[in-house]
Structure formats: C-alpha cells, structure tokens
Design a protein around this ligand. Sequence first.
Ligand code: NDP
Length: 390
Amino acid sequence: MYALGLQDIDIDKIEKIPLAERLPSNFLKVFECEIPEPKDDEVLVKIFGAGLNYNSVWQSICSPLSSKSLIEGHVRRNSKDIHHLKNYYIFGSDGAGTISKVGAKVKNWKIGDQVVIHCNVVPTHEKNIDDMKSLSQSIWGYETNFGSFAEYTCVKYNQLLKKPAHLSWPEAGSYMLTLGTAYRMLASINGAKIQKGENCLIWGGAGGLGSFAIQICKMIGAKSIAIVSNSEKANYCKSLGADFVINLSEFGSFEYLNKLESPNYLFWKKFKNKINDVINGEVDVVFEHIGKDTLGFSIYILKKGGRVVTCAASSGYLAKIDLRYLWMEVKSLIGSHFANLQEAEMANKLMINKTIKPVTNKIIKFDQIPIFLDKMYNRENVFGKIGINF
Ligand code: NDP
C-alpha cells in the first residue's frame, strides 16, 4: 500500500540540520509498505478522508522528538505493540473510512461500517474513567505507527466512532482531533468547564482548535473573543459566531516578551485594557496553545479567579510566567490533552446532531500534504481544517 511519513534514513538527515532551518516538506515522502494486519482488538480501515494536524508538523521536523523516539516510547509503555517498530513511520492522527477487516475480539463493529477514527490509544473500554491519565495512553499516528496518511490504517476498536452521515469523507476525516481537544478544554470537568455568560479569549481563533472553540462557546452560551492575525481570519471567526474579534494587525507592534524574553508589563497592561474595553468586561477563561510567547500574558489578563486551559506551545514550551498574578489573584492553569473515550464520543455526537459544523475549508490531494504542512508551519492564510481526499 502507499503511505506518507518519514523513514529512518530521513530522520538521521533531519537531525543534522539546525532546527530553525527545518521545513516539514523537506523529507516527507510517499513510500510503499505492507498493509498492517489487525490484532485481536484491532480493525483495518480503508481510509477515504483524512485531515492535517499540527502534530504532523512537529513529526516532520523531528521536534521536540522524532517519530522513532515517540514510537519507541509507546512500545516501552505498551509491549504488545512491538509491531509498531518499523523503519518507517506513517503520520496522520485524523481519518475516516470503511472497516475492511476485524480482529477476533472486536465487538459492535463489522466489515463495511463507515467510521471516524479518534486518536486516543488506550487499552481500556471503560467509559467512566479519565483514560487520558492512563500511563499507557498515546496519540495515534504521532506516538504510534500506521497513521491515517495511507491507503489503510490499523487501529484499536475503541478508537472507532460512527461517521456523521451528512459529511463528505474529507470533512469526516478532519474534525475529530481538534474538536475533541477543544471539547475537553472548554466543556468538560477535566478542562475549564466554561459557563453560560463567561468571556473566553481564544488564541488562533481561525485555526483548527480555535474554530471549534468558538462554536463550543456559542453552544454553551459563553462569549468568545477570537484573536487573529489578519482581516480574512477575522471575518472567518465572525462567520463562525465569534462575539468579538481582535485583529492583531490593527494593533501595531506586539511584544509580549521584551528582548531578554521577560514579561513586557507595559504592553501587557495596554493590551489587557484594550481587550477589556472591546468586550466591556473581563476575561474568565483563556483558551491557550501558543505557549512561550503568550502564556504569561494569558494568566495576567484573566479576571480574579479565572482559568487558563492549555494544550500546546506552538511558539515554544519553555514559558516564563509571573506567578504573582496566579496565586494572588487565585487563578488556575489547567493542562489538557486530546479527549478521553467519553469526551471523544460526546464531541462526535455534537457533529452527528449538527450542533457543531465542520470547518474543512480546503480539500487537498494526498501528495499535497507536505506543501500544506509548510503553510501551517508558516502561519499562511489557511482557516479551520484542511481535509485530504483519497
Ligand atoms: P492551526 O495551525 O490550525 O492554528 C493555530 C493558530 O494559532 C494559527 O492559525 C495562528 O493564527 C495561531 N498562532 C499564533 N501564534 C502562533 C505560533 N507562534 N505558531 C503557530 N501558530 C500560531 O493549529 P491547531 O489549532 O490545530 O493547533 C494549535 C496547536 O495546538 C499546535 O501546536 C498543535 O500541535 C496543538 N494541539 C494540541 C493538541 C493536544 O491534544 N494537546 C490537539 C490539537 C492541537 P494567527 O496567525 O491568526 O495568529
């Protein structure tokens, strides 16, 4: 079968290049490999649609870890998955297709079923525990092999969800990772559990996470304040129902950190006042994933008792924060990562019953994946999700 990702020889070459000079498209390639054989609790899915996620950017530039190290880590935690150790790594953590083979212990699913695959790999089927806290938990197509960028993928049967009948294959294959993540971050008791009437500041409002965060706020009755870098992204956020949009390009220069990478308090104060003026109130929750550049400001801007919920660090993971604004103003910083089985199912129901709409605005061909990962990395004008047609 055909697949896209990296091979061991590419990883050796990438790791010799300084990080700042690496680009996702540099070494990504389509290669031929064998069709994986499902184990007892697995299914083989023929992929008809998939989606791009930022984790493929990280894998392609081997930062902070190469796929080889990530998958070796998964196998150390899950010795039964030794078959994931290959000399190639198939990327892709979002996909949809039809089941073409089922393992002996698979229940409730059969050959021909149309499915969406979520990326939480855990060896349990219990719905009443937060399995994101399980020591063996991994993300499919990132910390495990056989991702969605291939003709076929092999996944645990507890990763399967019903495909919403009204969605095309690229739409169905591109929403789950970011919708599930935004759902846990905002709606779940494991995240910020945002309430009706609260104000939520959303970084990267037009991105994959942001465009679902806006819709989740709307669904709950919270007010969203989407931060974007240009007017096209601003219009897009408004079309999704954002209550307020802050277009950074209209605010002059932005320096969250000064030259020594310490908090730029003067700028923080000015920007906080500006945002509070625009919303005529204060921020209760910040939806964070930018990291180093903004985390300190995200804590600072909150009203007393507010919450920052974070799942990522696109600008860098070693962030400086001024702890005085955390403890003296009794705020919380909540870490969040994808979604447990129950949260993934709840998020999928919102798509099935059309409460949340898909945000797949661009559909690309399989061989365009590397170029579009470059665009994501360079923050070019891509909105919502990018779907892949097979
Ligand atoms: P997208 O590329 O779709 O959107 C991110 C948006 O953030 C961009 O559109 C950009 O908007 C804004 N942004 C601001 N500063 C930066 C920066 N320094 N680098 C990149 N983007 C920036 O990505 P996603 O929304 O899908 O994901 C965002 C981050 O969250 C990624 O790091 C990803 O790996 C992580 N993630 C983590 C998950 C988890 O479970 N832990 C799940 C999903 C994603 P603008 O140009 O308008 O400012």
